[in-house]
Each structure stands twice: as C-alpha cells, then as structure tokens.
Design a protein around this ligand. Structure first.
Ligand SMILES: Cc1ncc(COP(=O)(O)O)c(C=O)c1O
Length: 291
C-alpha cells in the first residue's frame, strides 16, 4: 500500500492529501508543529512531543480539537500504516481555515496533518568529523514578540534566514543570538558546551526552545555523572569551550568543531561528546511506544 497522510481524522493517500488555500498555517504561519523520530519502530519520546505541541497550541490559543490521547493514537496509527521502521514524523496543526487574520472569522476547526518521511539532515561523515558553524546576524525574537518557547510555524522565518546565512558560506549550521547578544540556540538545534568536564546549555529564558533531545542529553549526563547546568552563554564561552555539540530531533546529536573560523578545543569531536552520543543512541533503542 502507498504512503498515507493523516488529515483531520482521515488517513488519505499521500498524492490525494490537500489543504485549503485559506488555511491560516499557509496564509500567516498561524500554527504549531512537531518533528518526531522513529527508531526501530519506536516513536522516540512521543509523550514529550505531544505535551510540547499542546503547550505551544495553548500559548497561541489554538484549540486542537482532539484530546492529547487521541492525538497520540493518531501519530502511532500513521506510523503503523506507513510501516515506518526508522524515520521522521511531521505533525502540523494550524488554527483553521479562513481569509483574514482575525481568528474570530475562521470557519473551521484546527487543521491537523501527520505525515511520515525519511530524513537525514547531514551526511554520516559530518557526525564523525563534526560540523562547522557560524554565528548568524539574524536574532531570535524576544519573548514579548514571538516567544521562542512556542514551536510555532511563523517563528521559523527567522530561523530560515539564519540557515541561509550558513548556507551562503558553506557552514552546516548557524548559531542565533538573542536581542541581548547571548547565545540562544542554532536554527533547528540546541547548543551544549563542554567546559571543565561539565556541560552548559542556554536556558529557555535566553531564547532556546525546550528541546526534547536536549532533555534526553541532560538525562544521559545525569546517568553518567557528568555535571550539567543551564547558563547564560556568550560567544566567548563558545570559542573557548573544550567541546561543543548540537542536539535536535532532525540533526540528533552532532559535534560542533568550528565556530566563526575558530577551532573549538582540538577542532575534532571530543571525548565527552562521543560518550553522550553513544548514550543517546542507546536510549533510542528502548524509549517510546512501539507498533
Ligand atoms: C529552533 C529549534 N531549537 C531546538 C530544536 C531541538 O528540539 P528537539 O530536540 O525537541 O527536536 C528544534 C527542533 O525541534 C528547533 O526547531
């Protein structure tokens, strides 16, 4: 059977999946989303993704129109019918359909789409050798504008601009600063630095998305007895760190070995980074609902 896409309660053939041209997600970026990984027929940290999705929707006063439990089951069912062994699930929810930005004029409930893909963000070689990163001039917006803790569709126009800055100079990723000039995160990943054999990572109050891979790494660090704390991070901290790596559902855990033309530590993936990548890999074998 061909691949299916879940749209508003129905699993339709991928080629027949259609959305209204007046969908608020398309017109205004008025929606929320999640990217989720499947490893060995297990949906990694699905519950955490559902919780974050519902928090994002609540913050934007979007009524998803189904319970988190029903949403959970819809994600599992979509992965099951598509026989996903390992892959990526994209979940998107928009406010609904209607021309004009006033939400009180919407004439439909929220739009819910769940699709499955194969996704590899970087070639294997980059996981082994590490990523070269730049600092983007595009900033993370302050929480009084689009709160970066909300995984909203609209906020990503900034991240796309920053990613294009990286692409222009052949870098694999871009770090984004907040309006105060402190490091928030990368365009699609959280940042960790290794300093004095401990980990530091920017808190969400500095503009970092509360990443689920980030939370997993924090748990791995606790299990391994590696100290880990949230800290306000400057570019100096990055340039002078012993090691650095990025975490995200799409990128997974990837060493960051150069920033703005400076080697980080030895310029190679470090020992603690490698240990944490191995610990993360182990967790992907056991976590999440299976089907
Ligand atoms: C801006 C941004 N930061 C961080 C992350 C990492 O979050 P997670 O590990 O939950 O995928 C993502 C990806 O979802 C992201 O888009």
């Amino acid at each position: 059977m061909g691949q299916r896409v879940y749209i508003n309660g129905e699993l339709v053939a991928r080629e027949e999946a259609r959305l209204s041209i007046y969908d608020h997600g398309f017109l205004y970026g008025d929606g929320v989303f999640e990217g989720i990984r499947v490893y060995h027929r297990r949906i990694f940290r699905l519950q955490d993704h559902i919780t974050r999705l519902y928090r994002s929707a609540r913050a934007l006063a979007i009524n998803i129109g189904m319970t988190p439990e029903a949403f959970h089951d819809a994600v599992v069912e979509t992965a099951r019918v598509n026989e996903v062994e390992s892959g990526y699930i994209r979940v998107s929810v928009s406010r609904g359909v209607g021309l004009g930005l006033d939400p009180s004029h919407l004439n439909s409930p929220s739009t819910v789409v769940i699709s499955t893909e194969q996704l590899r963000l970087y070639p294997q070689e980059m996981y082994e050798r590490g990523l070269e990163v730049i600092t983007a001039s595009t900033r993370v917006p302050p929480s009084c504008c689009i709160d970066p803790q909300i995984k909203s569709l609209g906020r990503y126009i900034n991240n796309i601009q920053a990613k294009m800055e990286a692409n222009r100079v052949g870098a694999g990723e871009a770090l984004m600063l907040n309006m105060e000039g402190y490091v928030a995160e990368a365009t699609g990943d959280n940042l960790f630095l290794v300093v004095n054999r401990g980990l530091i990572t920017p808190p969400s109050s500095q503009g970092a998305l509360p990443g689920i891979t980030r939370a997993t790494i924090m748990e791995c660090a606790a299990d391994l007895g590696i100290p880990c704390r949230e800290a306000v991070i400057t570019l100096y901290d990055c340039y002078s760190a012993d090691e650095a790596f990025l975490t995200g559902t799409a990128a997974e855990v990837i060493p960051m070995v150069r920033l703005d033309g400076r080697d980080i530590g030895s310029g190679n993936p470090g020992e603690l980074t490698r240990t944490l990548i191995a610990a993360f890999r182990e967790r992907t074998c056991t976590d999440g609902p299976t089907y």
